[in-house]
Design a protein around this ligand. Structure first.
Ligand code: WT7
Length: 661
C-alpha cells in the first residue's frame, strides 16, 4: 500500500498556500487586509455599518454598544422585525418570485417555496399562534423534522415577538419535556413525524409522552408529514387530544391572511436554544434580535461570498441545531438567498444522494460537517464522481476540527480543485461564525480555520490567561461581538461562571487551539467535559447521569474517544450493582436507556463494564486515563466488553499516576 502520510504531506506542502483562481475571487472585498485593518481601527463602527447596510430598521439605534461585562447590549434603542427583514422586504423589492427554499423530502417528493409563498405562510401561522394567546415574549417550543413548516413556525414567532425554542427532532421525549418546562413554553409546534433512512420516524408519540408532564403547554399544532399518506395508500393514525391538539392545515385555513410585523427592540429575546454544558442540566442559550441578525447576515454573505441573485446555497445541517438556525434560516433569508432544504439522510436511497441534489439544483455553495465528509470519503469517490458537481464554487465546513486529509479530499474530489474551502469555527453561544477564511481573500492551510473575521478579536492564552503568539493554549475572545449569547435563560450566575470566570476579562470558548508561525488558528477540540460526536455536542456528565439513573448502575464514567468518522465516539465505563450481570444484553439495555433519556445521538457506542473506576484521592474520576484506555482498544459498534483485562489495565495505569487530573 502506498504511503498515504507522505502523499498527504506532499500535497499539504504544495497546497499550503491554496488560493482560489481569479474566477472565483470575491468582488466584495477590496483586499483582505484593508478590510481587517479598517474593522480593527473602529470595531464598533464597523459592526454598526454592517447593521445599517445589511438590515432594515424601523427605528435607528441610539448607542452601538453598552458593555457591562459580561453583559452586552448592541444597537440599543433600535427597532426591527426579523421576519420583515427575512421575508417582507424581499417581496416588497420585487423578489417575491425568487425561490427561498428548494425543499427535498427524503422519499423524493419536492416543494418549491418562493419568498411570496413564505410570506403568506408566515403571516397566517403568526395569526394561528396569536389565536392561542401567544404574544410578545411568550415562549413557543418547536419539535419538527426538516420540513418547510419548521422555518415558517420560527419566522411566525419572530413576527409577533414570541421567543422560539427549537428542540432537535432527534431528542427523546424526556429531553423535550425538560426543555419545554425550563422555558415554560405556552404552545408546541410539531409534526406527526418525518422521514429518515427510508423510515417514517414518528414524533407525535414522543410529544404525547412529554406533554404528560408539561403544565405550561395549552395548545399543540401538528403538521402533517407522515400521517396523511397519499390517497390510495395506507393511513397512519395519529392520536390527537381534543381541545389541545390542532392540525396545521386546518388551523391555517381558519385564520386571516395578513399579520403585520411587530417592531421589536434590538435587545428583545429572539430565541432560546438548549445546549449541553459540563453539568447534566442543559443550558438555555439566549440570543437577541438586532446584533444576532446583523452578524448572521454579515457572515453568511461574506464567508460564503454570496451572490444571492445567482447562487444556490445548501447548508446540510438540521435546523434543530444552531447551524440550521443561523445558516439555514436567518442568515440566508436575511440575504434573500435561494437555499436547498433537505429532509433526510445522505445515504438514502443511495450514498450519492447529496451529489444528486447538488447536480439537480446546481448548488454553488455547500456547507456541511467534517463527519459527513469523512463518511463520504469512506464510501468512495465513485459516488461524487458519477455526478456533475461543476456548479460548486465554495465549500464550507463546520462543527469540529477538519483533519487535513478530509479538507484535501473535500477540496479536490468534491470541489474539483477550484473551490475554496472555508473552515468556520463558532458555537451555539457565539451565534455566528467567528473564525474563518474569506474565500478569495485568505490564503488557506488545510485543517486551519485561519483567522478571526474582521471585527472579531480572539486570542489563544496560556494557563494563566496570557496571550501566546505561537503555540498551544485556550481559545478566548476579549471583546463583545454582535451575535454573542446574552446569557443562560434564568441563570445569569451560570453564564458568568461558565464563560467569563476562567480567564480575567475574557470569554472562554471551551476549546483548545494553537497558533502557528504565521499566526493561523488551528482548533484542537474541547478541553472541558463536552464531547463532539458527528458535530453534535454531548456532555459526558449528561450521559453519566442518565446511566446512573438506571437501577442496575452503581457508577459510570463517560469519555469521548477519538473516532475516524464521527470525530469522537461515546464510551461509557460502567460498574454494576452486585445483583446484576455485566453481559451483552445488559449493555444493550443500558444503551437504549440512554437513548430514551437523551436521544439516539447521545447513546454510547461502547459500554465497558469494570469492577471499579480510577479516581484521584479527592474522588474525581480520572477521565483522561479512561480515554487512553478507550482509545487503545478496538471498539466495536455495539460490543459490550466485560473484560477483566480492562480493569487491570486501568489499575496498572492508575497506580502510575494516582493524582492525575
Ligand atoms: C463546538 C461548538 C457551530 C455550529 C456547530 C456546533 C466545535 C465548531 C468548529 C471548527 C473546530 C469546531 C468546537 C466548539 N467546532 N466548529 N470549524 N473547527 N471545532 O455548535 O454544538 O455549539 O459546538 O464545536 O469545539 O466549541 P456547538
Amino acid at each position: 500500500m502506498a504511503d498515504t502520510t507522505g502523499g498527504i504531506e506532499a500535497f499539504y506542502l504544495e497546497n499550503r498556500s491554496f488560493s482560489p483562481p481569479d474566477s472565483v475571487k470575491s468582488d466584495a472585498w477590496i483586499t483582505g487586509s484593508e478590510e481587517y485593518e479598517q474593522a480593527e481601527r473602529d470595531w464598533q463602527g464597523y459592526w454598526a455599518r454592517q447593521a445599517g447596510d445589511l438590515l432594515d430598521w424601523s427605528k435607528e439605534w441610539e448607542t452601538i454598544l453598552e458593555w457591562d461585562r459580561p453583559f452586552a447590549k448592541w444597537f440599543v434603542g433600535g427597532e426591527l422585525n426579523v421576519s420583515f427583514n427575512c421575508v417582507d422586504r424581499h417581496v416588497a423589492s420585487g423578489l417575491g418570485g425568487r425561490v427561498a427554499y428548494h425543499w427535498v423530502g427524503e422519499p423524493g417528493d419536492t416543494r418549491t417555496i418562493t419568498y411570496a409563498d413564505l410570506l403568506a405562510d408566515v403571516e397566517r401561522f403568526a395569526n394561528v399562534l396569536k389565536g392561542y394567546g401567544v404574544g410578545k415574549g411568550d415562549r413557543v417550543a418547536i419539535y419538527m423534522p426538516m420540513i418547510p413548516e419548521l422555518p415558517v413556525a420560527m419566522l411566525a414567532c419572530t413576527r409577533i415577538g414570541a421567543v422560539h425554542s427549537v428542540v432537535f427532532g432527534g431528542f427523546s421525549s424526556d429531553a423535550l419535556r425538560d426543555r419545554i418546562n425550563d422555558a415554560e413554553a405556552k404552545v408546541l409546534v410539531t409534526a406527526d413525524g418525518g422521514y429518515r433512512k427510508g423510515k417514517a420516524n414518528l414524533l407525535k408519540p414522543a410529544v404525547d409522552l412529554a406533554l404528560a408532564a408539561c403544565p405550561s403547554i395549552t395548545d399543540v399544532v401538528v403538521a402533517r408529514r407522515v400521517g396523511h399518506a397519499p390517497s390510495g395508500s395506507e393511513e397512519r393514525t395519529v392520536d390527537m387530544t381534543d381541545g389541545r391538539d390542532h392540525w396545521w392545515d386546518s388551523a391555517m385555513e381558519s385564520v386571516e391572511a395578513s399579520c403585520p410585523p411587530e417592531a421589536m427592540g434590538s435587545e428583545d429575546l429572539l430565541y432560546l436554544l438548549y445546549t449541553s454544558g459540563t453539568t447534566a442540566k442543559p443550558k438555555g442559550i439566549m440570543h437577541t434580535t438586532g446584533g444576532y441578525l446583523t452578524q448572521v447576515a454579515f457572515t453568511h454573505k461574506y464567508v460564503f461570498d454570496l451572490h444571492a441573485e445567482r447562487d444556490v446555497y445548501w447548508c446540510a445541517a438540521d435546523i434543530g441545531w444552531v447551524t440550521g438556525h443561523s445558516y439555514i434560516v436567518y442568515g440566508p433569508l436575511a440575504n434573500g438567498a435561494t437555499s436547498v432544504l433537505y429532509e433526510g439522510a445522505p445515504d438514502h436511497p443511495d450514498k450519492d444522494r447529496w451529489w444528486q441534489i447538488v447536480e439537480d439544483y446546481k448548488v454553488s455553495i455547500l456547507y456541511c460537517a467534517p463527519t459527513a465528509i469523512r463518511a463520504c470519503m469512506k464510501w468512495g469517490t465513485s459516488y461524487p464522481e458519477s455526478h456533475d458537481l461543476s456548479s460548486l464554487r465554495i465549500l464550507g465546513s463546520v462543527g469540529e476540527p477538519i483533519n487535513p486529509e478530509a479538507w484535501i479530499w473535500y477540496q479536490t474530489t468534491i470541489g474539483g480543485g477550484r473551490c475554496p474551502v472555508v473552515d468556520t469555527w463558532w458555537q451555539t453561544e457565539t451565534g455566528a461564525i467567528m473564525i474563518s477564511p474569506l474565500p478569495g481573500a485568505t490564503t488557506t492551510k488545510p485543517g486551519s480555520a485561519t483567522f478571526p473575521l474582521p471585527g472579531i478579536s480572539a486570542q489563544v492564552v496560556d494557563e494563566s490567561g496570557s496571550p501566546v503568539s505561537v503555540g498551544g493554549g485556550y481559545l478566548t475572545i476579549d471583546r463583545p461581538w454582535p451575535s454573542m449569547l446574552r446569557g443562560i435563560y434564568k441563570d445569569p450566575e451560570r453564564y458568568q461562571e461558565t464563560y467569563w470566570s476562567r480567564f480575567e476579562g475574557r470569554y472562554f470558548a471551551g476549546d483548545g487551539a494553537k497558533l502557528d508561525d504565521d499566526g493561523y488558528f488551528w482548533l484542537l477540540g474541547r478541553v472541558d467535559d463536552v464531547m463532539n460526536v458527528s458535530g453534535h455536542r454531548v456532555s459526558t456528565t449528561e450521559v453519566e447521569s442518565a446511566l446512573v439513573d438506571h437501577q442496575s448502575v452503581a457508577e459510570a464514567a463517560v469519555v469521548g474517544a477519538s473516532d475516524p468518522v464521527t470525530g469522537q465516539a461515546i464510551v461509557a465505563f460502567v460498574t454494576l450493582k452486585s445483583a446484576f450481570t455485566p453481559d451483552q444484553d445488559h449493555g444493550e439495555a443500558l444503551r437504549s436507556f440512554v437513548a430514551d433519556r437523551i436521544g439516539k445521538f447521545g447513546r454510547p457506542k461502547t459500554i465497558i463494564f469494570t469492577d471499579d473506576l480510577p479516581k484521584t484521592r479527592s474522588g474525581k474520576i480520572m477521565r483522561r486515563l479512561l480515554r487512553d484506555v478507550a482509545e487503545g482498544r478496538d471498539l466495536g459498534d455495539t460490543t459490550t466488553l466485560a473484560d477483566p483485562g480492562v480493569v487491570e489495565e486501568i489499575r496498572a495505569r492508575a497506580s502510575v499516576s494516582p493524582t492525575e487530573e
